[in-house]
Design a binder for this molecule. Structure first.
Ligand code: IMP
Ligand code: MG
Length: 183
């Protein structure tokens, strides 16, 4: 039913306009920082797909992009600690300026594993851009080089982020009502 998803959102944390504005700024910053280079944007599926689609159109540089898929979550709301690569890169990234694009940096377990794995392939550089950062939840020693917004320790959905595969298509980011994941 139309409007049904909104019923399960406690509060809109970031509006569509706030997100669009910040994503444009991130794109401009990346454009300046990678001037003269040809960055390789590596999205971490599936959560990155909405953010990456907008971010890439705000980067005014010749670049490449591809995706990996990593699973570290079941259908719950916190990480199990186990990370598995379910879709790997076909391309060799040796000597490339890799920019990993994530939806949210939470415990850091996923990106800690992924950056360790990718550094064995000898990229010239590797940076992380994440739309959201939940620094209070960090367990692994990972920091984002670029981030859109700090978010509180709440489970958020929308703009690519899911709960149990739902809500990715919300154009804003909202805090999920706890009864949605406790029932
Ligand atoms: P980490 O390994 O704990 O940093 O988790 C990273 C992944 O967990 C993200 O890419 C998301 O897919 C998922 N995740 C963490 N927090 C949230 C949240 O609040 N909402 C939706 N997904 C989340
Ligand atoms: Mg997810």
């Amino acid at each position: 039913m139309a409007g049904e998803m909104r019923q399960e959102i406690l509060e809109v944390l970031l509006t569509e306009e706030q997100i669009q504005q910040r994503v444009r700024e991130l794109g401009e910053q990346l454009t300046r920082d990678y001037e003269g280079k040809r960055p390789f944007f590596l999205g971490v599926l599936k959560g990155c797909f909405v953010f990456m689609a907008d971010l890439m159109r705000a980067v005014d540089l010749p670049c490449e992009m591809d995706f990996m898929a990593v699973s570290s979550y079941g259908s719950g709301t916190s990480t199990t600690g186990a990370v598995e690569i379910t879709k790997d890169l076909k391309r060799d990234i040796e000597g490339m300026d890799v920019v990993i694009v994530e939806d949210i940096l939470d415990s850091g377990v996923t990106l800690h594993y992924l950056t360790g794995y990718l550094s064995q392939r000898k990229p010239a550089s590797m940076k992380i851009v994440t739309l959201l950062d939940k620094p209070s939840r960090r367990k692994a020693p990972i920091t984002a080089d670029y981030y859109g917004f700090d978010v509180p320790n709440e489970f958020v959905v929308g703009y690519g982020l899911d709960y149990d595969e739902r809500f990715r298509n919300l154009p804003y980011i909202g805090i999920l009502k706890p009864e949605v994941y406790t029932k």
